[in-house]
Write a protein that binds this ligand. Structure first.
Ligand code: AMP
Ligand code: MG
Length: 403
């Protein structure tokens, strides 16, 4: 019997053999959730000049030793409409948020501290003592042309997209999306929308894993459902050869109909491991197949909660690695346990749990790996290390947040 290997070892064996695929350039509108492949350098400065942070008046601070005091309004600077003159003694310029501060001015008085005066607002009364150098956003105080705004590698968020846009970067170098074949296996499996005959169930894993892959920046290639027959499995494996990875579900347990490993077996197959000391998800097969053992194959268990927990723990890091990221374990954060837990055996447990707004993680009472609904409803997975002692509600436990 091959040994059960620890979760961390399994992940290392998977990601160590993977690396960044290729780089491509995509328009900013397609860059969300992609991984930035080169440092992003600002093509412009922001703000491009000293600009006002308020609606009000640009003045010379030294012109207003006492208040109230009247200044002559000599013009207007609006956002997108700079005023090109120089402010002289006793003069003020009407100014709006985002507008260039004119030469000669050194502070802004906000509108609320003034009173318009004279005909056509050609005079303004300053009613509060101004402060020096107020309400001015300095040229380049946000970033300067040539600054590295974002460091690669980095999975781009909506906030990052905003920054890239402001840096005047219209096309972004990103890692190519890994192309992952998704194959469901089992005589009982039909795809959603098909008619469900006697003894059949609808595939949760195919669509669920495909969505997970897309969410992690990959491209899921649907390889359909293969029957529990060596020929059908081998044909599907062959179709995956040009891809970056093959992910299968089902057929990796010890039953007579669990044929995945047998179907892979050939001179071109190298098995890395087949069993992991974890729950759910003990049977998980990883290896390489095809010409030069080029195609990584991840054989996930058929039970949906097992398949999806394994996707979070192993497929996510694998996809990250293929996009140039580290492929580290999913991040855990501490939460307070919402119910007592018994001591753990030698397998690492991942308990589906609800997480309250004040970070109390309450494990669901049923942890059956066949339950799809509880996995969908879970907010997090509570991590229980091998041989962890019994703990009481209120203890701190590490949890992995589920998206
Ligand atoms: P297996 O690993 O093939 O022995 O399957 C274990 C359990 O998972 C069985 O109850 C299967 O019916 C179920 N199963 C296998 N594949 C899927 C799938 N794609 N979607 C939902 N359940 C599945
Ligand atoms: Mg099966």
């Amino acid at each position: 019997m091959p040994p059960l290997i620890p979760v961390a070892d399994a992940r290392r064996m998977i990601v160590d053999g993977l690396g960044l695929l290729d780089i491509e350039h995509v328009p900013l509108s397609k860059a969300l959730h992609r991984v930035l492949a080169a440092d992003a350098v600002a093509a412009v400065s922001h703000p491009p000049a000293d600009v006002s942070a308020m609606d009000g008046y640009a003045i010379r601070f030294e012109d207003v030793p006492t208040v109230p005091l009247t200044l002559e309004v000599v013009g207007e600077s609006g956002a997108g409409h700079p005023w090109s003159g120089t402010l002289g003694i006793g003069q003020a310029l009407r100014i709006f948020t985002g507008a260039h501060v004119p030469a000669g001015a050194n502070t802004i008085v906000m509108q609320e501290n003034t009173k318009a005066h004279g005909t056509n607002g050609n005079q303004v009364v300053i009613v509060e003592m101004p402060q020096p150098a107020r309400h001015i956003r300095r040229m380049g105080q946000d970033f300067r042309k040539g600054d590295v705004g974002l460091q690669a590698p980095r999975r781009l968020t909506a906030r990052d997209i905003g920054l890239l846009a402001a840096m005047n970067i219209a096309r972004v170098p990103v890692a190519r999306r890994p192309r992952i074949g998704v194959l469901s296996t089992g005589d009982e499996i039909v795809m959603p929308g098909e008619s469900v005959g006697h003894g059949q169930i609808v595939s949760a894993n195919g669509p669920g894993l495909s969505a997970f892959i897309e969410q992690q920046g990959g491209e899921a290639i649907h390889l359909g459902v293969a029957r529990d027959e060596l020929e059908a499995l081998r044909a599907a494996i062959a179709r995956a050869e040009p891809l970056d990875m093959l992910v299968t579900s089902g057929g990796v347990s010890v039953g007579e109909h669990d044929l995945m490993r047998k179907a892979l077996q050939s001179d071109d197959f190298r098995l890395a491991f087949h069993k992991i000391a974890m729950r759910p998800g003990k049977p998980l097969l990883f290896g390489r197949v095809g010409k030069n053992q080029k195609l990584p194959v991840m054989g996930l268990p058929g039970n949906p909660a097992s398949a999806m927990v394994c996707a979070v723990l192993f497929l996510g890091p694998a996809l990250a690695r293929m996009q140039g990221l580290t492929g580290d374990a999913p991040r855990t954060i501490p939460a307070r346990l919402g119910a007592d837990l018994k001591e753990n055996d030698s397998r690492e447990d991942y308990l589906r749990a609800a997480l309250s707004a004040d970070f109390v993680a309450t494990p669901f009472s049923k942890q059956d790996s066949g339950m799809i609904s509880s996995f969908a409803r879970a907010d997090c997975l509570i991590v229980r290390p091998p041989n962890a002692p019994a703990i009481l509600a209120g203890a701190s436990v590490p949890v992995i947040l589920l998206q």
